[in-house]
Design a protein around this ligand. Sequence first.
Ligand code: GTP
Ligand code: MG
Length: 238
Amino acid sequence: RLSIKKITTGSRELDNILGGGVETKTITEFFGEYGTGKTQICHQLSVNVQLPPEKGGLSGKAVYVDTEGTFRWERIEAMARAVGLEPDKAMENIFYQRAYNSDHQISIVEELFSFVPKNNVRLVVLDSVTSHFRAEYPGREHLAERQQKLNAHLHQLMRLAEAYNLAVVVTNQVMARPDVFYGDPTVAVGGHVLAHTPGVRVQLRKSKGNKRIARIVDAPHLPEGEAVFVITEEGIRD
Ligand code: GTP
Ligand code: MG
């Protein structure tokens, strides 16, 4: 049995509330409103997974599934340089995939079961995991179908994480007004999407300027409390 490993987020405080970093063999969901840093964290983890273990990485590669078209190679270059990785190498070690709709997203993940073990992939990012599902199954009349598809997709991701001892990181945008979600069974009150799947849920909020606040939701095994981190030119930091 392979043991659980952790990937540093770049912020010691955020790592601490996560119990050392983002874990393998599980799904970690970052949820929060627009601009809270979900995409920046995904970029940072895609770089940091490449670091050697003594620097908080897994000497591995990342798959980045982008559903919203917000991935930026320039951001990877800057973050790589800041942690002492060769930018061209760091970019080569990220397998970028744009997912155009939910069926495409699902089939990308299915193909990962053969791709991942051949390519030393230790991190799979889905930014965001929910946007296509929300767009394609709108309104109350599609809720049951959307929930069923999304749950099957999340279970598939959980199997991938467990089978290959890798970290799966997903993002989920929630609106500032939580009342929008009342009555929606695919999101728990508070807004995360992993209500019916095991995993770690991290709520992000904005603070002053480039400061952000993270809080772990519903995780009895992790320390309580909040972490403050910043988003800088170099990336995610304390
Ligand atoms: P949505 O996808 O809209 O839900 O937002 P998000 O949570 O993914 O936010 P994202 O990670 O895209 O951005 C969060 C913040 O990061 C932005 O508001 C910017 O302040 C900051 N940011 C993004 N790019 C850069 C950059 O290149 N340099 C610096 N210093 N900050 C950046
Ligand atoms: Mg984003």
